[in-house]
Design a protein around this ligand. Structure first.
Ligand code: BGC
Length: 771
């Protein structure tokens, strides 16, 4: 009895959000206790159909659906979650049906792809990773969460933490690039940004790491294609960012579309049960990617829909995300109940999954606060701080690839420059500033490069624009329904005229800023391509403009590395701006004119051409020493080295790394070693540098990569300032999955260390790990 009273008191206190007595359990434990009970109670009242309903997530596309198409399903408890509703009034309308008309009044969970912003668009995730600044990523996602939450969205399908080593793969733009260490730091930052301490607190969202796992290794970079990944590569490269997200408390996970080593990820018990639940202790819930359960049949894995439901569910997919083509006729909703009746799926397994989903709804506070306050939306969305952050994040994401003769920063008031030509198909395109998954913003708010430069220069200088060439995808994009159609392709005559117009504008101007790259729908989902060529006649235009002998600056707007080999040796200044978001044009002008200094670094290896793919810095050694010879014995037509190495990026200043040292020359297995390096700003102005630490294990139970990133810090140094950057290498950094022993090992070995400004840093030292 005493126990019961204490428990009741705890529940009441938890509900009132009051602290319990000092000697009692902590408030979070009490809340968890009460959630457990509330879930138990609800589960005991639910029919099998209602339970299955909680595992059913439906798309709702305002473009071609009517509320009446889903309301009966909500009322009958057949839908647990909706995605893609972004209108707060509609969210409240659907929620009202759930909490007032359905038998058990279980609220809906509204999800959306809040990938890099909602109303305010921030740089694409690949760009955010280029900042090498987890703090900025966290701030950005906090604001993105606040804006999405303002309309009633409570769950984002982000971050995408897939490692990608093939830039033909369109979705490389959605992740943090090629490296597991950088990817892990970014993954944790995204999760902290979305969820904060607690995803139920004001302005926060439940995060969802995706796509579990191996999606980035799609064969040939073709989206959705099979991935074949060895155990060592899986554990050492592809899984660490997911593990980092789990350690950061991510609340949900999405199973990937593709086959992993012949077993589709959505029916893959090794991934979903052994790794995720048993090895990592993940407590959140798993949702399938869109229609990934049903498509187990298309994969040639499941016999029919019912078999697909059986395989996905027993493998560990709790919730099915289903396409609108089949309202309430998803694999789970048509088959799970009968699978249970037939005894093929146990009621306990069903309860486990439903429990996870209900738990999330309770934890998010949806039962207490199911509705959103529509009156707040405009104020939250139009907070000027959000735009300010978008501008800063874009500045910090840009990577200066080339700056021969210090062409940049440009100088306002330069007596030699009274007119500037801004040329290229991306120079005045609001839509392309944003990047993939910008689905709920107002495109008109985006600032183009032309606008940014005009604002920056005012009336003092003539700034004129010519598009020069037109570019287009050859096939439609899956995102076309969210945007107004692109203008029709130019006729041959128009093409000739526009090209000439751009050339004559360049000819009559004192300097040229070329803005080239790709449309936003040229990368992202279902946006892979076979080459890295600049689409259309952009290279031709660049060559023609460059031949005029004017100072030329190339700004790239894109979501993947492109083949810019010609530009890399002919155009003096190249700034990689990626898809920089709503404030992109202003941020680019800030960097070009030196109001902000570029300090971003490449989160991937930039190939010379598509033939070098896959190419990544953390490759293994071969039988040949790493000498010049290796540059001719691999390919005889081009160098083996990339165009730009991982971690590369220039600055408007120069930095010197020196005095790389370790706290102890020898440590025991399991012990940590401190690594210190001095960084000095030896250049012309205060700027940022990213100090990077790489290791190489010289010998051991398996071959280890020639270099692996194990620490980094972005620092700002004033002119002449020198600072010591400190890293710690502990057991975690020195342990790896050995394909020889099929286990995690830390070998006694000699380690090389390098510290510097990119993955080719020459400054080196060693230390030894002994038994
Ligand atoms: C994508 C996911 C996304 C989902 C919902 C799928 O096609 O692969 O990344 O979260 O759609 O939009």
């Amino acid at each position: 009895m005493k126990v019961k009273i204490a428990a009741c008191l705890a529940i009441v206190l938890a509900l009132l959000n009051l602290p319990v007595l000092a000697s009692g359990p902590k408030i979070s434990q009490v809340a968890a206790l009460s959630i457990d009970r509330r879930v138990d109670e609800l589960l005991s009242q639910m029919t099998i159909e209602e339970k299955v309903g909680q595992l059913n997530q439906m798309f709702y596309f305002t473009q071609f659906m009517k509320p009446e198409m889903v309301e009966p399903g909500i009322r009958d408890g057949k839908i647990g979650s909706l995605l893609f509703v972004t209108d707060p009034a509609l969210i409240n309308r659907f929620q009202k049906v759930a909490v007032e008309k359905s038998r058990l009044k279980i609220p809906l969970l509204f999800g959306f792809d809040v990938i890099h912003g909602f109303h305010t668009i921030f740089p694409v995730p690949l760009a955010l990773a280029s900042s090498w600044e987890p703090g900025v990523v966290e701030q950005v996602q906090e604001v993105a969460a606040r804006e999405a939450r303002a309309v009633g969205i409570r769950w984002t399908f982000a971050p995408m933490v897939d490692i990608a080593r093939d830039p033909r793969w369109g979705r490389i733009v959605e992740g943090a690039g090629e490296d597991p260490y950088l990817g892990s730091r970014m993954a944790a930052a995204h999760v902290r940004g979305f969820q904060g301490q607690d995803p139920s607190s004001a302005g926060r969202l439940l995060a969802c790491m995706k796509h579990f796992a191996g999606y980035g290794a799609a064969s040939g970079g073709r989206d959705y294609d099979s991935a074949f990944i060895s155990d060592a590569e899986l554990y050492n490269v592809y899984l660490p960012p997911f593990k980092a997200a789990v350690d950061a408390g991510v609340g949900s996970a999405m199973s990937a579309y593709m086959d992993l080593n012949d077993v589709p990820a959505t029916g893959n018990a090794f991934l979903l049960r052994d790794v995720l639940r048993k090895q990592w202790g993940f407590k959140g819930f798993v949702v399938s990617d869109a229609d990934a359960v049903g498509s187990l049949v298309t994969h040639g894995f499941a016999e029919d829909k019912s078999d697909a439901a059986f395989r996905a569910f027993t493998a560990g997919v709790d919730m099915e995300m289903s396409l609108p083509a089949s309202p309430i006729s998803t694999a789970y909703s048509t088959s799970l109940a009968s699978l249970i009746q037939e005894g093929r799926v146990t009621k306990e397994l069903l309860d486990e999954s439903v429990r996870r989903v209900l738990e999330a709804k309770f934890k998010l506070g949806l039962f207490e606060n199911p509705y959103v306050d529509e009156s707040q939306v405009t104020t939250i969305h139009n907070n000027p701080e959000h735009r300010r952050l978008a501008r800063v994040a874009a500045q910090r994401s840009m990577v200066l690839l080339r700056n021969e003769g210090n062409v940049l920063p440009l100088v306002k008031g330069d007596p030699k420059v009274s007119s500037i030509a801004v040329i290229g198909p991306l120079a005045d395109s609001k839509r392309d500033m944003r990047g993939s998954w910008s689905l709920a913003d107002d495109v008109k708010r985006a600032v183009t490069v032309l606008e940014g430069i005009r604002t920056r220069l005012g009336a003092s200088i003539k700034v004129e624009y010519a598009q020069g060439v037109d570019i287009a995808r050859l096939s439609r994009s899956i995102f076309d329904i969210f945007n107004a159609p692109r203008p029709a392709a130019w006729s041959e005559t128009q093409k000739r005229e526009e090209f000439e117009k751009a050339l004559s504008l360049a000819r009559s101007s004192d300097a040229v800023i070329m803005v080239l790259g790709e449309h936003e729908e040229m990368s992202g989902e279902a946006a892979s391509k076979s080459t890295l060529d600049l689409p259309g006649r952009q290279l031709e235009l660049l060559k023609a403009v460059s031949s005029l002998g004017k100072p030329v600056v190339l700004v790239l707007i894109n979501g993947r590395p492109l083949d810019i080999s010609w530009a890399a040796s002919h155009v003096p200044a190249i700034l990689e701006a990626w898809h920089p978001g709503t404030e992109g044009g202003n941020a680019i002008a800030d960097v070009l004119y030196g109001d902000a200094a570029p300090g971003g670094k490449l989160p991937l290896t930039w190939p010379r051409n598509a033939g070098q793919i896959p190419i990544y810095y953390a490759h293994n050694l071969t039988q040949e020493p790493e000498t010049e010879k290796k540059f001719t014995s691999r390919y005889w037509d081009i160098p083996t080295s990339p165009l730009y190495p991982f971690g590369y990026g220039l600055s408007y200043s120069t930095f010197n790394f020196s005095n790389l040292r370790v706290s102890k020359p020898e440590v025991k297995l399991g012990e940590s070693v401190e690594v210190l390096v001095d960084v000095e700003n030896t250049g012309r102005r205060s700027s940022d540098e990213v100090a990077q630490l790489y290791i190489h294990q010289r010998f051991g139970s398996a071959s280890r990569p020639v270099r692996e990133l194990k620490g980094f810090e972005r620092i700002t140094l004033a002119l002449g300032e020198k600072r010591t950057v400190r890293f710690t290498l502990g057991k975690q950094e020195l342990t790896y999955w050995s394909s020889a022993s099929k286990s995690w090992v830390q070998d006694p070995a000699v380690f090389d260390l390098w510290a510097g400004a990119d993955s080719t840093a020459p400054l080196t030292t060693t230390f030894r790990v002994v038994r």
